[in-house]
Design a binder for this molecule. Structure first.
Ligand code: TA6
Length: 296
C-alpha cells in the first residue's frame, strides 16, 4: 500500500496477516516504523525528525551508502539516505529455498543521477528488499551491482535505531571480547571486556568481525531484539547521551534514553565490486519476549 506520509512524502506500508507492520519512505528507502502483532512500535524515530529533503530522517533505519560516517570525501553516511528511491513494480521472486508464504515485501531501487555521478563517479544499481516475515521479523536485503566499467569501493551500514524503555536497563550480548574502533577516541583500536555491554555514557564504537547474531535485551520492557546479519562483518553501537544529544538539532534532549543504535555494517574492510559484480548484505531483526530465552 502506497500512501502520502509526513510532508506529502510517499511511503509504502507492509502488513502481515497476524498484525505486524512496516513503513518505508521512498525518500531514503528509509524504514520509519516496525510494529509487532500487538501494535507496539519497535523502532525509535525522533519527535524532532525532519521529513524534508535533503535532511535525512532521524531514526528508523537510514541506509548508509556508499560511505559510512565521514570516512571518505562524501557527506556523512553517503547519499543513499537522502535520495528518492523507486518502487520496482515487477520484483524478482524469492529463490526456491525461501518459503515465501505469509511474507510481504517491497523492492526499492536506486541508480545514480548525473548529479550523483559528479560526486561519486561510479554507476551502480541498488536493490533494497524490505520483507516482513510471518513472525513479524523485519528483513532488509541489499543487492548492489557495479554497472560501471571500472571497480568501485564502498562502506555500508543499516543505521538501525531501536526503541528501548530506558537505556540504563539495556544490555547488548554478542560483542564481548571483540576488538572495536572507538569513534570518541580518534578511531583507535581497543578490545572489549568480557561482560555484556551496558550504557552509562556516550558510546560510538565500531565492533569488528562480530558474530552473526547480536542480542539487545531490554530488561524493563521484557523484550529482546535479535539482530542477525550476513555479508556485514562489523557492528556499530551508538548512543549520543545527554551532551551530544543537545547538539543534534533534530533530536530531543532526553530522547537518548529511549533509543540505541546497533548497526550491521561493513566498514573496516571496504567492499570492492568489479564491473558486473554484485554484493549482498542482509540484516534480519526480530523482537521476542525476554522470557523466550531461558534464564531471563
Ligand atoms: O553510527 C554512529 C554515527 O556515525 C555517529 O558517529 C553519529 O554521528 C551518528 O552516526 C549519526 O549520524 P548523523 O549523520 O545521522 O547525524
Amino acid at each position: 500500500e502506497i500512501t502520502k506520509g509526513i510532508n506529502g512524502l510517499e511511503k509504502v506500508t507492509l502488513r502481515e496477516i497476524h498484525g505486524s507492520s512496516v513503513e518505508v519512505y521512498l525518500y531514503g528507502a528509509h524504514v520509519t516504523s516496525w510494529k509487532n502483532e500487538q501494535g507496539e512500535e519497535l523502532l525509535f524515530v525522533s519527535s524532532k525528525a525532519i521529513f524534508k529533503p535533503p535532511k535525512p530522517i532521524r531514526g528508523g533505519i537510514p541506509i548508509c551508502f556508499p560511505q559510512f560516517s565521514n570516512l571518505g570525501p562524501l557527506e556523512a553516511h553517503g547519499f543513499a539516505r537522502n535520495r528518492v528511491w523507486a518502487i520496482d513494480p515487477d520484483p524478482p521472486a524469492f529463490p526456491p529455498n525461501v518459503n515465501a508464504t505469509n511474507r510481504v515485501f517491497v523492492d526499492l531501487l536506486l541508480k545514480p543521477t548525473e548529479e550523483d555521478l559528479k560526486i561519486w563517479p561510479h554507476s551502480f544499481e541498488y536493490r533494497l528488499r524490505v520483507t516482513l516475515g510471518p513472525a513479524g521479523d523485519l528483513m532488509l536485503t541489499s543487492r548492489i551491482r557495479n554497472t560501471d566499467g571500472k571497480p568501485f569501493t564502498f562502506t555500508f551500514a543499516y543505521h538501525t535505531y531501536f526503541s528501548v524503555s530506558d537505556i540504563s536497563e539495556v544490555r547488548v550480548e554478542g560483542l564481548e571480547t571483540l576488538d572495536y574502533l572507538d569513534n570518541l577516541k580518534n578511531r583507535e583500536r581497543y578490545t572489549e571486556q568480557g561482560d555484556a555491554i551496558t550504557f552509562e555514557s556516550e558510546i560510538d564504537k565500531i565492533y569488528l568481525s562480530t558474530p552473526t547474531k547480536i542480542a539487545i535485551l531490554d530488561h524493563e520492557k521484557k523484550r529482546t531484539f535479535v539482530v542477525r546479519k550476513d555479508g556485514l562483518p562489523d557492528a556499530v553501537v551508538w548512543n549520543p547521551w545527554d551532551k551530544r544529544a543537545k547538539a543534534i538539532a533534530d533530536f530531543g534532549d532526553d530522547e537518548y534514553r529511549h533509543m540505541l543504535c546497533v548497526e550491521a555494517a561493513a566498514i573496516e574492510k571496504p567492499i570492492t565490486l568489479k564491473p558486473g559484480e554484485e554484493w549482498k548484505g542482509r540484516q534480519e531483526l526480530s523482537a521476542v519476549p525476554s522470557s523466550y530465552f531461558s534464564g531471563q
